[in-house]
Design a protein around this ligand. Sequence first.
Ligand code: C2E
Ligand code: MG
Ligand code: MG
Ligand code: MG
Length: 283
Amino acid sequence: EAKHKGKSSWERFAPAMKEVSHERLQMESRLRRALELDEFELWYQPIVETQTGRVTGAEALLRWKSPAMGLVMPDRFIPLAEETGMIIPIGRWVLEQACAAMGRVEQATGLALNISVNVSPRQFRDPEFVATTLQTLADTGMDPQRVELEITERLILDNTIETAAILNQLDTAGLRLSVDDFGTGFSALSYLKSYPFDTLKVDKSFIADVLVSVDDASLVRAIITMAHSLNLRVIAEGVEEDGQTRFLQDLRCDYAQGYFYSRPVPEAEFLDWLRASPRGMDN
Ligand code: C2E
Ligand code: MG
Ligand code: MG
Ligand code: MG
């Protein structure tokens, strides 16, 4: 009876499993060609000073325009790019494009914006990572002080000597380092005093409910207080409403990012946003 059941569920699930792995293989082969076929695009989301609304920088967010699949969001392909190591050449491309774009933005608007770039754990473990990063900044003429590398707590969790050494090399070279998705990783907080981070990006899951959840409001308040006492700046992610902005202003949160200001947009729209933003060009 059990055997019979097992067989019938195998028969039911086998085709689905086959489909999943076929889909994955197809995705992988498409991803392998995406870089050379020039299918990636970087979109930009402004980061603003909470108190003044003045834009100080942008986060570069990767998009994949696949002829077969349409616009593919990073959560659908970054994990695969990490598993296969493809994130290494893709990540180099991202940094290069982001720096070049900030050069164009400066030409067009006169604003020397900072650029935040996401770095995945797999890139970080590439022995060439520091060298190629610094080479890219040199090639594009980007000031390292204007580049912030966003690293998730996940990476800091696999707490190795190399992590500290790499962070220190990047810090010495003048780059800024931030902890992305802060609060989601269950990390011990002690890493904050031993690593050269400049910024905490409070995860959007905490910001979402600050106006309705007393607990989330308390957590955000505590994170900002702690960060400031450790000399770290704070960026609130996922700010969608005016009320959240006022809450963050009251708490003296340094920077904010979210749909309230702008969604991530292609470079041309980002330039339009900067030109239209009253706080953008005349500050
Ligand atoms: P992240 O670095 O935490 O980026 C913030 C994500 O929140 C982005 O999703 C952004 O579009 C979204 N977001 C921004 N404002 C709001 C808001 O007000 N409300 C809501 N609900 N969401 C908001 P996106 O672009 O889909 O990127 C997802 C993740 O993919 C990023 O999370 C980052 O971890 C990763 N990623 C994106 N680009 C790259 C890249 O170039 N390299 C690597 N390694 N990872 C990347
Ligand atoms: Mg990020
Ligand atoms: Mg530093
Ligand atoms: Mg984040």
